[in-house]
Design a protein around this ligand. Structure first.
Ligand code: TRP
Length: 344
C-alpha cells in the first residue's frame, strides 16, 4: 500500500498515448514495471499532453488511447494497489513546472538533444518543428522532478532526456542554493530492443510490424508466419543463420526453456531444422503468453467505468504530489505568492 512513510525509491515513467502497447513494450519495459512495483513507489504517467506534441493533427486519437494504454497496463499485471496510474493532462502542476523549466534551458540545448534530433528526422519535420515538440524534454523534466523520482525506467533512446532533466535539476538547485530536486537515474533494460516482425530495427505500430498485446490468436499466427527469418534458408536441410533471425530473437526473449533454444540454434545452423517447425514453437510460446493478457484486457474493457475510476483516484493522488513540489519550488525560488489569508 502507498503510505506517507513509504521510503522506497520513487519511480516515474510513462508512455505517450498514441496507440495500444505491443510486445516490444512488454519485453522492454512492462515486464520490469510489474516486478518493480513491489520494491519501489511507482507512478505511471499516461502522457497524453506529450503525445500531442507530434499528434496535434489527431487529438482524438491521443485521448482515445488514454484508456487503451491503461487497459494494457492492467492486463499485464500492473496492480493499482501498488502503482499509481495517472493522466498527464489532469496534472496542472506539470504544465506550470514546464513553463518554469523552459527558463532554465536554452533553445540551442534543446536542438542539440540527440533524441530530439533523431525524432525530428524520423518525423520529417525539417524546419517546421512544432515548438511543443522541441520543448518536450523540459516537460519530461517536469514529469520526473514533480514526483521527485530518482529511478526512471526507459528505453535507451530516452537516455538523453534524463541527462537533460538532470541538467535542469542542477541549474534549478544552483539557483536556489540547495538540492531541492533530486537527480534521476535512467534504468535502461539490458535486453536489446525487440525488432519488428519484418526484421526492421524497431517494433512500432506506425511501421505495421508490431504485435499488439491485444492481438487475436489469428493475428498472432499471421504475424509469426510473416516473420523475417534467414532469406537464404530455402530448404529445411540448408544450414541457416541465427543472428538477425527474428524468430530466434523472439524465442530468446520469450521462451523460458533456454537449453532447448540453444539446442534449436545448433540444429538450425547445421541444417535440418525448417522455418515452419521453428515458427510453430514460437507461435505456441506467444499464444501462451498473450492469451491471459488478452482475456484480462477484454474483461476490463467491458467495464470502462472501473478503469476510469482507477485513473481518477490515481490522478488525484498524483495531483497532490506534483502540486506540493511546485509549491516548494516556487517558494524556494522566491516567486510571487499572495500573502497567506489574502483574497486571491
Ligand atoms: N517520452 C516517453 C515516451 O515517448 C513518455 C514519457 C513522458 C516519459 N513523460 C515521461 C517517460 C517521464 C519517462 C519519464 O514514451
Amino acid at each position: 500500500m502507498l503510505t506517507e512513510t513509504d521510503n522506497r525509491p520513487t519511480i516515474l515513467t510513462g508512455d505517450r498515448t498514441t496507440g495500444p502497447l505491443h510486445l516490444g513494450h512488454y519485453a522492454g519495459s512492462l515486464k520490469n514495471r510489474v516486478a518493480l512495483q513491489d520494491t519501489h513507489r511507482q507512478y505511471l504517467l499516461l502522457a497524453d499532453t506529450q503525445a500531442l506534441t507530434d499528434n496535434a493533427d489527431d487529438p482524438r486519437k491521443v485521448s482515445r488511447n488514454v484508456l487503451e494504454v491503461a487497459l494494457d497496463y492492467l492486463a499485464v499485471g500492473i496492480d493499482p494497489e501498488k502503482t499509481t496510474i495517472c493522466v498527464q493532462s489532469g496534472l496542472p502542476a506539470l504544465a506550470k513546472l514546464t513553463l518554469l523549466y523552459l527558463n532554465f534551458v536554452t533553445v540551442a540545448r534543446l536542438e542539440r538533444n540527440p533524441t530530439i534530433k533523431d525524432e525530428i528526422q524520423a518525423r520529417g519535420f525539417g524546419r517546421d518543428i512544432p515548438a511543443g515538440f522541441l520543448c518536450y524534454p523540459a516537460a519530461q523534466a517536469a514529469d520526473i522532478t514533480a514526483f521527485k523520482a530518482t529511478v526512471v525506467p526507459v528505453g535507451e533512446d530516452q537516455g538523453p532526456l534524463i541527462e537533460q532533466t538532470n541538467e535542469i535539476v542542477r541549474r534549478v538547485n544552483q539557483q536556489i542554493g540547495r538540492d531541492i530536486l533530486p537527480e534521476a537515474c535512467a534504468l535502461i533494460p539490458t535486453v536489446g530492443r525487440l525488432p519488428g516482425v519484418d526484421g526492421k530495427a524497431k517494433m512500432s505500430k506506425s511501421r505495421g510490424n508490431a504485435i499488439p498485446l491485444s492481438a487475436t490468436p489469428d493475428e498472432i499466427r499471421d504475424a509469426v508466419r510473416r516473420m523475417y527469418t534467414d532469406p537464404n534458408h530455402l530448404y529445411a536441410s540448408d544450414p541457416g543463420t541465427v543472428e538477425g533471425n527474428v524468430v530466434f530473437t523472439y524465442l530468446d526473449a520469450f521462451d523460458p526453456d533456454r537449453a532447448a533454444i540453444e539446442g534449436l540454434k545448433g540444429h538450425y545452423r547445421r541444417g535440418g531444422l525448417g522455418d515452419v517447425a521453428l515458427k510453430r514453437r514460437l507461435e505456441d510460446v506467444l499464444q501462451g503468453l498473450l492469451a491471459p493478457i488478452r482475456e484480462r484486457r477484454s474483461a476490463l474493457a467491458r467495464d470502462p467505468g472501473y478503469v476510469l475510476d482507477l485513473l481518477h483516484v490515481g490522478t488525484q493522488r498524483a495531483r497532490a504530489k506534483t502540486q506540493a513540489t511546485l509549491d516548494e519550488l516556487r517558494a524556494a525560488l522566491g516567486l510571487f505568492a499572495f500573502p497567506r489569508g489574502s483574497q486571491t
